[in-house]
Design a protein around this ligand. Structure first.
Ligand code: ADP
Length: 222
């Protein structure tokens, strides 16, 4: 599903190496935690995976597509196969949460009716059906994060990327978000969660743990 080969990343010529010759294989169906202190490069790692950054050296393949050589035109196509959950939610604040969750389905070509129905069901799953008509900006942080998770899951993507998905949540909401990710994993998705919160790691039995430190990756065994 994901292959890094001797991948290095620096943001500017002569700048510090954020990732230093990483090689890694994440197989389809794995649940992976990416840990490491703030500034270690976790967000950079994820941004490379969804084509928001390009490697400085080495190669990266996601689901068979080589990102180094991917033309900018193909990036949206790649992103449609991904579910991405951002720490700061990135909802469209002036739209209803139903519209927010239906949006990826519209992009993928569903009719308004189909997209609305699927979004409605997804909102039920995250416990927000009664707020379907509310504007995203009127929801609490925990509710907005659940909408963001619903939006990421609604297309049933084979690969889910989450950057500190529980960073702004209380423990109860954090557990709820993790259980939604686990459910998607149970249905076959590959899941990659970047976090510096050690409490999350205890919530997923058997997950793979990768730690970023000084530009390198360390496999940790629980
Ligand atoms: P983490 O997610 O683990 O906190 P990041 O990937 O955000 O780490 O950052 C890793 C390093 O890269 C940090 O030193 C950060 O300052 C630097 N960095 C991140 N984004 C940029 C950017 N757009 N331009 C320059 N440096 C950046």
């Amino acid at each position: 599903m994901i292959i890094f080969q001797q991948l290095s990343k620096r943001y500017s010529n002569g700048g510090a190496l954020v990732l230093d010759k990483l090689s890694l294989h994440i197989k389809a169906g794995q649940f992976v935690f990416l840990t490491g202190p703030s500034g270690a490069g976790k967000t950079t790692f994820l941004r490379l995976l969804y084509g928001a950054e390009l490697p400085s050296q080495g190669t990266l393949k996601v689901g068979g597509a080589s990102l180094g050589g991917l033309s900018p035109r193909k990036i949206p196509q790649l992103r449609r196969k991904l579910g991405i959950i951002f720490q700061d939610f990135r909802l469209v604040s002036g739209r209803t949460i139903l519209e927010n969750v239906a949006w990826p389905l519209h992009l993928a070509g569903s009719s308004t009716r189909q997209a609305g129905q699927a979004a409605w069901q997804m909102l039920a799953k995250v416990g927000l059906q009664d707020k379907a008509g509310s504007l995203a900006r009127d929801l609490s942080g925990g509710e907005q994060q659940r909408v963001a998770v619903a939006r990421a899951l609604v297309t049933r993507p084979p690969l889910l990327l989450a950057d500190e998905p529980t960073g702004n949540l209380d423990p109860e909401n954090a557990r709820e978000v993790m259980s939604l990710l686990l459910e998607a994993h149970g249905q076959g998705a590959t899941v990659l969660v970047a976090t510096h919160d050690p409490l999350l790691l205890g919530l997923v039995q058997g997950a793979r743990r990768l730690r970023l430190e000084a530009g390198g990756l360390i496999e940790e065994w629980s």
